[in-house]
Design a protein around this ligand. Structure first.
Ligand code: SIN
Length: 491
């Protein structure tokens, strides 16, 4: 392998961009499906970046909240790396042009979100944090001389030589196909929201990178843990739903049931700011019973400056959240599981790396704490870039390649059927019976398209875990909900 071969980064969300930028001066080829930051869930992130910078706060307290939210399924060493890396992550972003919100004295403004025991969240442009951060990183990547960016590219296969991943197979927007060699391949393709009927993710977050890794035989971890955000804007029949940020609840908004009664009263000591899995289950049940609403009318004068994204989304759908409660529904939001990696993004396949939501190093446990995902992208993207800079070049070994393809995509009809059954079986409340039905149907769909094969792996993991834990809540059998309820009592 020529040492000039680039590091290939697949995916242009925060994890991919940080990896690409921090890998300098090593040459990077950044491949994305959509132009700019359009396809990335990071751009839609309304939450901010959690960092223990308030007087009296500590990385230990942040780590504690991360593990309580994760039902103590987290890898402690990864949590330590994440929480202790937060201040440096903020500095790194500011050096690349991100401007965080500050008060009149110049101190960083700190908001509060679910699962945090105190205000700890840094924002940029209020609930437009993801968009602001991504705009800065995309601009930095455009001018970085070591990065070549190609958009309109679907990576649908991996190239291997002597068992070592050494490139990718791509299909371009014009339908042309080719193979591209690289000294390493980084998957930073985001989550699996596209497998569900309702998601807060954009269309590109369809699990394609995870499906590719599965097809190539890479080890995966914790696939059963899919987080539902409790409050997406309820719009029946719409697949990608606008988020209604948890920070609104941090600013005093309250969840109500169809009778106008507080939904979280008596459910958890943190009430409306309970960890996300707990709130999602309540909202899910309320929606089945007739509906759930977020009453943000008392948030006050700050609405326009602190929540411009929510305000615009609501107004676009005829709802003025300053005057009326917002109808909300849970939506698939974040995959805690993914391609198994170490702290530096190495997978079980030499030459293949993964970072961000598509990866799983155990940092989030069974349920991610709010505003730890952008942070994950910055902390672990930088670590991966360092590892890539330090890594030896791939061993050369002639031109004898093996190609492993993800396979054909499902047509829209079967895909919608898959989304429906995934939502029923793999939502906030699961039963063995529904999971068995889903597994059978996914098995049939796996012969038709890669989404079926991916869903089969996710459902299979859920069936193997019989006790409830975090976002995996078994609503049947003698242990229903047991571990999740115990987690916060023990906290
Ligand atoms: C939100 O703003 O509610 C989402 C934040 C997150 O996913 O961490």
């Amino acid at each position: 392998m020529e040492t000039s071969a680039p590091i290939i980064v697949v995916g242009g969300g925060i994890a991919g961009l940080v990896t690409a930028l921090a890998a300098a001066p090593a040459p990077v080829l950044l491949l994305t499906r959509s132009p700019g930051s359009n396809g990335a869930a990071s751009t839609l992130a309304q939450g901010g970046i959690a960092a223990a910078i308030a007087p009296g706060d500590s990385t230990a307290a942040h780590a504690h909240d991360t593990c309580v939210a994760g039902s103590h399924h987290n890898d402690g060493a990864m949590v330590e790396l994440l929480t202790s890396g937060a201040v440096q992550a903020l500095e790194w972003l500011q050096q690349r042009g991100v401007v965080f919100d500050r008060d009149n004295s110049g101190a960083l403004l700190l908001g509060r979100e679910g699962g945090h025991d105190r205000p700890r969240i840094v924002h940029a442009g209020g609930d437009a944090t993801g968009a602001r951060v991504m705009a800065a990183l995309v601009a930095a990547a455009r001018t970085a001389p070591h990065i070549e960016r190609q958009a309109g590219v679907d990576v649908d296969g991996l190239m291997l030589r002597n068992g070592h991943v050494c490139g990718v197979c791509v299909t371009r927007a014009d339908g042309s196909q080719s193979a591209v060699e690289g000294r390493a391949v980084v998957l930073a393709t985001g989550g699996v929201g596209g497998l569900f009927a309702h998601t807060s993710n954009p269309a590109d977050a369809d699990g394609s990178g995870l499906a590719l890794a599965l097809a190539a035989g890479a080890a995966t971890r914790d696939l059963e843990f899919v987080q539902f955000h409790p409050t997406a804007l309820a719009m029946p029949g719409v697949h990608s739903l606008p988020l209604v940020t948890e920070a609104l609840r941090g600013a005093g908004a309250r969840l109500l049931d169809m009778h106008g009664q507080p939904l979280m009263a008596g459910v958890h000591p943190l009430g409306d700011l309970a960890p996300r899995d707990v709130v999602a289950r309540q909202v899910w049940s309320a929606c089945e019973a007739g509906g759930a609403w977020l009453d943000a009318r008392h948030v006050g004068d700050d609405f326009e400056s602190a929540f411009p994204t929510v305000l615009a989304a609501c107004l676009a759908h005829g709802i003025d959240p300053r005057l009326q409660p917002i109808p909300v529904t849970p939506a698939a939001h974040f995959h805690m599981g993914g391609i198994a990696t170490d702290a530096d993004g190495r997978t079980s396949l030499p030459g293949l790396y993964a970072v961000g939501e598509v990866a799983c190093n155990g940092v989030h446990g069974a349920n991610r704490l709010a505003s730890n995902s952008l942070l994950e992208g910055v902390v672990f993207g930088q670590r991966l870039a360092q590892a890539l800079r330090d890594a030896d070049s791939a061993p050369s070994g002639g031109r004898s390649f093996k190609f492993l393809h993800r396979g054909p995509s499902l047509d829209v009809g079967p895909l919608n059927r898959l989304r429906g059954l995934m939502t029923q079986a793999m939502g906030p409340l699961r039963t063995g019976a529904l999971l068995q039905v889903a597994l059978r149907d996914c098995d049939a769909l796996a012969h038709v398209g890669w989404q079926g094969a991916l869903a089969r792996s996710v459902v299979g993991a859920a069936l193997r875990r019989q006790r409830s834990l975090g976002a995996h809540f078994r609503d049947d059998g003698p242990t229903a909900g047991h571990a999740t309820k115990d987690a916060w009592r023990a906290a």
